[in-house]
Design a protein around this ligand. Structure first.
Ligand code: GAR
Length: 188
């Protein structure tokens, strides 16, 4: 007899397009993948990812940043996370810095994907930072979230060469393609 795999229950936090969210949902539909996407939380009611999640029949909770301040957002989130018995949080294009208090409650249970080869190019517009520096490579990184921005322990990262005719769009697209591969791998 085979033991049925017990999937860990994850929540994904999004603010926008949701393509990394989609890659995690798709991976988690495989019965051998050890995680189940149980709920999506968005701080932006207009995020594309909101509709996308609904298409996959994953519950979505929206606490819009225009209506709730950070501490309200985090209180509501915490309740949702407990209700859904969430064990891990994946940030996927979630463009809001979590408070120390929230990170403390979920210590070692929050991971993030960042579009650079960390520790290079932390923070916003990582792809643009790499181009402006005329770096020869950049990449993407999945890491644990701690109180310092983009500085938690690295789980998995991948390098991407920058070629001379790259612009922001072409480079971001190439990075994103790799993101969709490494995020599910890292979560696993
Ligand atoms: C991704 O490139 C992700 O790495 C980046 O935002 C994009 C979200 O796209 N995240 C950050 O820059 C976090 N600092 P998606 O909504 O299609 O997944």
């Amino acid at each position: 007899m085979h033991n049925k795999l017990k999937k860990i229950r994850i929540a994904i936090f999004i603010s926008g397009r949701g393509s990394n969210m989609e890659s995690l949902i798709k991976s988690s539909e495989n019965k051998k993948f050890p995680a189940l996407v149980s709920v999506i939380i968005s701080n932006n009611e207009l995020a594309n990812g909101v509709q996308l999640a609904k298409n996959y029949n994953v519950p979505v909770k929206i606490f819009d940043k225009k209506k709730f301040n950070k501490s309200q957002f985090e209180v509501f989130c915490h309740k949702v996370l407990l209700n859904y018995k969430i064990e891990m949080i994946c940030l996927a294009g979630f463009m809001q810095i979590l408070s120390k208090n929230f990170i403390g409650k979920w210590r070692n249970r929050i991971i993030n994907i960042h579009p650079s080869y960390l520790p290079d190019n932390k923070g916003l517009n990582a792809q643009k930072q790499a181009l402006e520096k005329k770096a020869s490579f950049t990449g993407c990184t999945v890491h644990f979230v701690n109180e310092e921005i983009d500085a938690g322990e690295i789980i998995l990262q991948e390098k991407i060469k920058i070629i001379h005719r790259d612009n922001l769009q072409t480079l971001s697209n190439r990075i994103l393609e790799k993101e969709h591969v490494i995020y599910p791998k890292a979560l696993k």
